[in-house]
Design a protein around this ligand. Structure first.
Ligand code: DON
Length: 304
């Protein structure tokens, strides 16, 4: 498949696309990114690479790293993990508090902020140095030892992270946060601050396109069964209250972040990452979603 040509065709078709979204300036530093950036990178499980635009420029992956923290926590906790976080779509915004009171502090899934904060708490409980060990894990997944946190972004989010603090406190009141809330939130803000290029992001997620094994590095990261389950949660919850729309239009397991990135995997075929910072009302990359819709349509490569 000539993915390179398909990328160029879609970008020229989309020249008239009205990208009217806003930047995620509730995290002040994210408001400083150039809104017109656009990049895409696809890597196949045979390690063929295709890219276009600003695909080699770093951006804040934000919630996309929730898949990576989930992967590590699932390895550590096995099935016990699901006693503290569910696998159901929430149908509510990623930072909503509404269901948490009703559900007695058990978040609907690991990708809404509440769920990712529980996963961060689990990692804080098990790891001696959570920030260092999580970064080592991400570097192993990506096959890239230069990937790191952005202190500027983490601090920026900490300065305005009132809703996340509220979620964490509410869950602590129900006994679903075991550690000090400041420690858990600090780790959570850091894991959201990781920066990657589209190229690095696509390669980091290759293990989920290849049944748990990174086909470039040869590392078996997780079992085939865990890979299936993580992809299932991405399919149902990866784009929050727009997960249905993403399944309907794109048809791949995917995960978004408010930095404007979206990564999606086609098991047995490829991993693809797009970046375009303007977000729609649900907090997902406006142009990124449209590009992926056009891509799976042109290549007839949705999983459905
Ligand atoms: O906690 C937050 O609000 C951000 N660090 C992450 C949110 C996010 O990326 C939601 N994604 N679309």
């Amino acid at each position: 498949m000539d993915y390179q040509k398909i990328f160029s065709n879609i970008v020229s078709q989309m020249q008239s696309f009205k990208d009217s979204g806003n930047l995620a300036n509730y995290i002040p530093e994210l408001g400083n990114v150039s809104p017109q950036k656009f990049g895409v990178h696809l890597v196949t499980i045979e390690n063929s690479n295709y890219n276009l635009g600003d695909s080699a420029e770093k951006f804040s992956i934000q919630s996309i790293s929730k898949v990576l923290s989930l992967t590590l926590a699932f390895e550590i906790e096995e099935e016990n993990l699901w006693k503290r976080v569910g696998v159901e779509p929430s149908g509510t915004p990623f930072n909503s508090l509404i269901q948490l009171e009703h559900d007695e502090g058990i978040p609907r899934n690991p990708f809404i902020n509440a769920g990712a904060i529980v996963v961060a708490d689990i990692l804080v409980s098990h790891l001696q140095n959570p920030k260092k060990e999580f970064l080592e894990f991400v570097r192993k997944l990506s096959g890239n030892s230069t990937i790191t946190y952005s202190d500027i972004i983490a601090e920026s989010e900490k300065s305005t992270g009132y809703r996340n603090a509220a979620l964490c406190n509410l869950m602590k009141s129900f006994g679903n946060i075991k550690n000090d809330i400041d420690v858990v939130l600090d780790f959570y803000f850091n894991l959201c601050s990781i920066e990657m290029t589209c190229d690095e992001l696509a390669k980091t997620f290759l293990f989920l396109a290849n049944y748990g094994k990174n086909s470039i590095t040869g590392d078996k990261i997780i079992s085939t069964s865990k890979s299936k389950r993580i992809n299932a949660v991405m399919q149902l919850c990866g784009l929050y209250d727009e997960a249905g729309e993403f399944s309907f239009k794109v048809g791949l397991p995917g995960k978004s972040g408010v930095g404007g990135g979206i990564v999606a995997v086609h098991p047995g075929k490829y991993s693809i990452a797009v970046w375009s910072p303007r977000l729609n009302k649900k907090g997902n990359s406006n142009k990124g979603m449209k590009f992926l819709e056009e891509f799976t349509t042109a290549t007839e490569s949705s999983i459905f």
